[in-house]
Unconditional design. Structure first.
Length: 129
């Protein structure tokens, strides 16, 4: 997960923070997005989550944590930032629908839900930043 906060940046630059990554257990992937967002908010929230922050999540939304935790953390973060963007590489697939528990819980708090499956989809984000 990355977020950009002009408050923490010098002129013409922006600070990028990559946080919330965890080791995956040998049995397969385990992504607890809500818990990772809570860690980010507790560690960096006062310093970097401001009204002019654009908070960007890059995830497929396949969350193994509780959807209530994810929704609560997104609500808290969304209340503090200018814009919450969720980039989902699966959105590039024609057959994809955001019907997992995590995505259903997350969608009400997301300002921009966009694909991130190729360079063109990433370049299209410029108008939102």
């Amino acid at each position: 997960m990355w977020f950009r906060s002009p408050k923490s940046c010098g002129p013409g630059s922006c600070e990028t923070l990559c946080a919330g990554s965890r080791r995956r257990p040998p049995g397969g992937p385990e992504t607890k997005i809500g818990e990772s967002l809570r860690d980010i908010r507790h560690r960096y929230g006062r310093k970097l989550l401001w009204r002019n922050t654009v908070f960007i999540i890059l995830s497929d939304g396949l969350d193994t944590g509780g959807p209530d935790i994810l929704a609560a953390e997104l609500r808290r973060i969304r209340h503090r930032v200018r814009k919450l963007i969720w980039l989902n590489p699966l959105l590039g697939l024609k057959e994809y629908e955001p019907v997992t528990r995590g995505m259903i819980a997350a969608l009400p708090y997301i300002d921009i839900f966009a694909p991130a499956h190729n360079l063109e989809s990433l370049l299209a984000l410029e108008k939102f930043l």
